[in-house]
Design a protein around this ligand. Sequence first.
Ligand SMILES: [Zn+2]
Length: 303
Amino acid sequence: MPPFSFIFTPEMKLMSEENVCPACNSNRVQYALKVGDYDLFNCTSCGFQFLWPIPDDESLTKLYDDHQYHDEERYDSSTINPRVEVIWKKRLNVLHNDLGLKPGSLMDVGCATGIFLKNAREQSWNIVGLEASPQAAEQAQTLLGKDFVEIADFMQYSSEKPLDLVTMWALIEHVRDPKAYLKKAHSLLVTKGWIALATPNIRSFSAKWKAAKWRYYIPPFHITYGNPKSLTRLLESSGFEVMKIVTHFRPIAFFSKNSKSLKLYQKNKVFRIAMKVVLSPLKLFAEQFHWGETIEVYARKKD
Ligand SMILES: [Zn+2]
């Protein structure tokens, strides 16, 4: 027996009171699609897409302890991939040059192996990283120094001094209650402090085209999927004002997982460059209208 019954009205509104959007708590949700053994739903109030039932804390802890999510490259800070490092430099560029932030105190929540923090420290930020995975935190401590990285639960974290900036790169899609994370960040920031986050964009071309085969559908690791509108609503209802949204077009998202063409794209530089040239008009269009595969949102505390 399923944990609850699905009862649809002719308008396809799900009537179960248990199934509510984790971003806005609305129960105006519609069935979206099945990915593997998992069902995904769309919130018609705010636009979030989410896994339902949402795994409980115990099963999520077990999932990450089993270490299936962690691949070797992700947890090896000794070989920093220059193509990945470019992303961090671009994000710091947005903060400094587009939004005019001056370096201050920065917490990166879910800092993984600490490569973003390394780049931020090189640009004069006072850094601290939080990481739940001991394997990743150990790598970050080796890279940055033991005092700069804590193995800690963000929701339990307390800081003596308020922070100027909290970053959450590729984090909120992993958590059961994204709004609670944003409110927690709000409580740790100075007046007019900043938050910056990145997450897969459910409004992207590749999400529409690949459907259940979309690269970023990895349930149950990814629980929620936002778009520019839903993330703006989520941040505004958590006490922030959105100042800038950027999406990035990623040709890799158009290949199926484990496909021969994906392997060719990853390993063959000539093929990769050719694909980028062919897809460059689509990239221009996608990024202009926020249809890129990953979305970055930069927001400031309202008070
Ligand atoms: Zn919602």
